[in-house]
Every structure is written in structure tokens, then in C-alpha cells.
Design a binder for this molecule. Structure first.
Ligand SMILES: Nc1ncnc2c1ncn2[C@@H]1O[C@H](COP(=O)(O)OP(=O)(O)O)[C@@H](O)[C@H]1O
Ligand SMILES: [Mg+2]
Length: 416
């Protein structure tokens, strides 16, 4: 094994510092890493290996061809969101056909998991709780193909059975894009009249705490990373990074999650998940409802790695080498907290932050090519909560960073 290709869609900095550690680890074994990516202009610090920038619209066949021409012995997909996971799963099927094993969930399963309606059916069959819902087909609503005169009323009847408010979620999209809350039958009528651009799942709103878990491995050997808490779920869809996102002690929820984790692992095994899935859930009334199972690394991957002292990218690289991934639940090592500074972090506060606390990464958050500010991830051991809040309060007094809103949230989380 001499060369491993990493397929990537979004900027690589979101995988900082774990991807660099994984690449250096491969180099130490005499293996060259190559980044085949469709976003940004990473430098040596971002990806200390071969880099190949590709056109965003590259086809899976062409992507596979370039990876094969480079001489890859194996490949790994670390793309997101779902449309790019699908691109890579298709590329993986071409790569496998020419004898280049690729760490990616098989295309047939990826095609199910990128679709929120299919995912709901899979979860339900696996014994997992999901919000009750139904599917609304954009083609039928737009009158394309077969006319179905009863279709709108059928959907209205389903909505009445479930009750309001309902959440309309495009079956494909991510980071809450396109999600609408429908509070009344009139709001449903207006939504149906649109007609919606994309087919959607309409489902019951679950009020509770949002959380996310990454599962990494292959059938028979999955690592379940610790649960990360990502905000509040309710009738208003919330920007994914609006709240603090954190991983820390929450013993009752962690205990209740164990059975859910087992069901998720069984589901992953049945689907042949190979690589990572990232599962979004809502914790309410002591239980967990699954919102979606993304067939890829997720937005909380850095946080899960930071909190558990593991490195998902290194695990994926091990798998690409044909080595067995570790399996079982991964213990949380301490706290990891992630927050967004929407106005960015001033350079002088950046250095001071690194002196004040244990910083895992600070980097710009770019979504769909648009900067959303700077995101920071820090870790602390249990027992260091008060000292950390004191250090951040002093940093705020000296530099104005973190802003009062973020500092208030950090304080309430760490020293409630
Ligand atoms: N049934 C639901 N009840 C309450 N909030 C929901 C529900 N479904 C989605 N949400 C909210 O919308 C966000 C995005 O939903 P999700 O299903 O994870 O889709 P995606 O992340 O692909 O946009 C969630 O993080 C949550 O804030
Ligand atoms: Mg989600």
C-alpha cells in the first residue's frame, strides 16, 4: 500500500486538526495521501500531501478516473453533505470495479440514507423511534406525469391524522435548508399550492434537545462515538450552528442512549455501512427520535473526536489500509465545546484564546461557499469547568471575545 486518495467536497479545514494528523500518520508508515477535492485552495498546512483541485461539477466516473490515474491503492470518501456523499458512492463503485477498494457505504445504501423518507422507513423497521410523518411528492404536486386528483386531499388527511405543527423537510437537503414549519391546515394548503420545488417529508414536530452521534467502521466492527448536544429542537427550524454544540457529562441521557446505539449499529450492519454515518436525533421525554442518518462524516465529527480523544479520519485511513477498525462504544474523555463567532475572531484574541484554554481548532466556517464566521472547538477535563469559565471571562474582559452571548452560554453550560 503506497497511496491513499481522500475524496472531499467541502473545504478541508472543517476536518482540522484531525485530517492533518491522519495524513502525517500515513506518511510515517510510508504511505502518501492525496486529496481530490472540489472546494477551496488548501495549502500544505491544511493537507500535508498531494492535492488535486477538481471542478465542482466533476462526474463520479471522471473523479474515479483521476484517482486511478494517480495510482491510488485505496480511497476514502470524506465528502459532505449528502449530494456529495452520493457522488463519492458512485465514484466508489467505479473504483471498486477497477480494483481500488474504497471506504464508502455501498451506493445502494447511500441512495437510501441520503433520502429522509427512505431513512425514516429504515429506522422504523430497525425498531428506532422516528417522528410520525408522510411523504409529499413534488412531481405529483406539480402535475408532472400521471394526474392524481386525490393527491392533495390525501396529504391533508395524513396531516390531520398527525396534527399540527408539522415540519416540511426536503427529502435531500441539509443544514436545515428549505425546512418550513406548517402550523395550520391553511399553511399546509399554501405550501401545497407552491408547489414545493422538492419532494419533502412532512412530520410531527418533536420538542426536545438535539443531539448527534457518529458511528464509524464496517459491518461487525463499529465505533460509536459519544453523543454531542447541538441545540434545541422545536417548531422553529434553527441554523445548525446557532447554539453551543458540546459533548460532556449527561449520565441519564447517555444511559438511555445505549439501547438506541445498539439498534443503530444493527441498522448500519444491515446496510453495510462502510466508513462513517452521522445521526441526528432529538432527546425528549427520556427517549430518542431519529431525524436522519447521514451516510458520511458530519458537522459534529470534530466535536466527537475532540471529546473522545479519537480521530475519525485516522480510523478511516486504517480501514483504507485494510486494518480492522476498533469497535464498541468510545468513552468520552472530558468536555468538548464548539461555538461560532459570527463576526469572526480578532487575530489578537485568537492567540490569547490558545493561551487561556485548550483549543482543538479555530477556523472559518464556510457553508455553500459563504463564510458564516469563525468556529472554535475547545476541550477541558471534567473538574476544570470553573477555571475555564474564569479564563474565558478574563479573555472577554481583555479582548471583547467571546462575545457576551457566547460567554453567557458557555457559563451556563459549564457552571450551571
Ligand atoms: N421533527 C422535527 N421536530 C423538531 N425539529 C426538527 C424536526 N426535524 C428537523 N428539525 C429541525 O431541523 C433541523 C434539520 O433537520 P434534519 O432532519 O437534521 O435535516 P438537515 O440537517 O438535513 O437539514 C434539526 O436539526 C432540527 O433543528
Ligand atoms: Mg441534520
Amino acid at each position: 500500500m503506497r497511496k491513499i486518495a481522500f475524496l472531499r467536497s467541502v473545504g478541508i479545514r472543517r476536518a482540522d486538526p484531525y485530517i492533518q494528523q491522519a495524513v502525517r500518520g500515513l506518511a510515517a508508515e510510508g504511505i502518501e495521501a492525496g486529496l481530490f477535492h472540489t472546494s477551496g485552495t488548501p495549502g500544505d498546512d491544511d493537507f500535508p500531501g498531494h492535492r488535486h483541485r477538481l471542478d465542482r461539477g466533476i462526474t463520479p466516473l471522471r473523479l474515479a478516473g483521476l484517482v486511478a490515474d494517480w495510482g491510488a491503492d485505496a480511497a476514502v470518501s470524506i465528502s459532505l453533505p449528502c449530494e456529495n456523499a452520493l457522488r463519492d458512492a458512485a465514484a466508489a463503485s467505479y473504483l471498486e470495479a477497477v480494483g481500488i477498494p474504497t471506504v464508502m457505504t455501498p451506493l445502494a445504501s447511500t441512495m437510501l440514507l441520503v433520502d429522509k423518507w427512505e431513512t425514516k422507513q429504515l429506522c422504523r423497521r430497525a425498531g428506532l423511534a422516528v417522528p410520525d410523518g408522510f411523504r409529499a411528492d413534488a412531481g405529483l404536486l406539480a402535475g408532472r406525469g400521471l394526474p392524481v386528483p386525490g393527491y392533495r386531499d390525501a396529504l391533508r388527511a395524513e396531516a390531520a391524522r398527525i396534527g399540527y405543527p408539522l415540519m416540511a423537510k426536503p427529502v435531500w437537503d441539509s443544514t436545515s435548508t428549505g425546512i418550513r414549519t406548517l402550523r395550520t391546515p391553511a399553511a399546509l394548503d399554501a405550501w401545497l399550492a407552491g408547489p414545493p420545488q422538492a419532494s419533502a417529508v412532512l412530520e410531527a414536530v418533536v420538542e426536545g434537545d438535539l443531539c448527534s452521534v457518529d458511528i464509524v467502521g464496517r459491518p461487525g466492527a463499529y465505533q460509536v462515538l459519544p453523543l454531542c448536544w447541538t441545540g434545541r429542537a422545536g417548531a422553529e427550524p434553527v441554523f445548525t450552528f446557532a447554539d453551543l454544540r458540546w459533548c460532556g457529562p449527561r449520565p441519564e441521557a447517555d444511559a438511555a442512549f445505549e439501547a438506541v446505539a445498539r439498534d443503530l449499529v444493527t441498522l448500519c450492519g444491515q446496510l453495510g455501512v462502510h466508513g462513517s454515518v452521522n445521526v441526528d436525533l432529538v432527546h425528549a421525554d427520556g427517549g430518542f427520535s431519529v431525524l436522519e442518518v447521514n451516510p458520511r462524516v458530519g458537522g459534529a465529527t470534530t466535536l466527537s473526536c475532540a471529546a473522545s480523544g479519537t480521530n475519525t479520519y485516522a480510523t478511516l485511513a486504517r480501514m483504507a489500509r485494510g486494518l480492522p477498525p476498533a469497535h464498541g462504544p468510545v468513552r468520552r474523555a472530558g468536555w468538548a465545546v464548539e461555538f461560532l463567532a459570527e463576526d469572526g475572531i480578532p487575530p489578537r484574541a485568537r492567540a490569547a484564546l490558545r493561551e487561556a484554554v485548550d483549543v482543538v481548532t479555530v477556523h472559518e466556517l464556510v457553508i455553500d461557499g459563504v463564510s458564516r464566521g469563525d468556529i472554535a472547538v475547545l476541550t477541558l477535563p471534567e473538574g476544570a469547568e470553573a477555571a475555564t469559565v474564569r479564563a474565558l471571562t478574563a479573555l472577554h474582559a481583555a479582548t471583547g471575545f467571546p462575545g457576551p452571548d457566547v460567554l453567557g452560554k458557555l457559563t451556563r453550560l459549564l457552571v450551571p
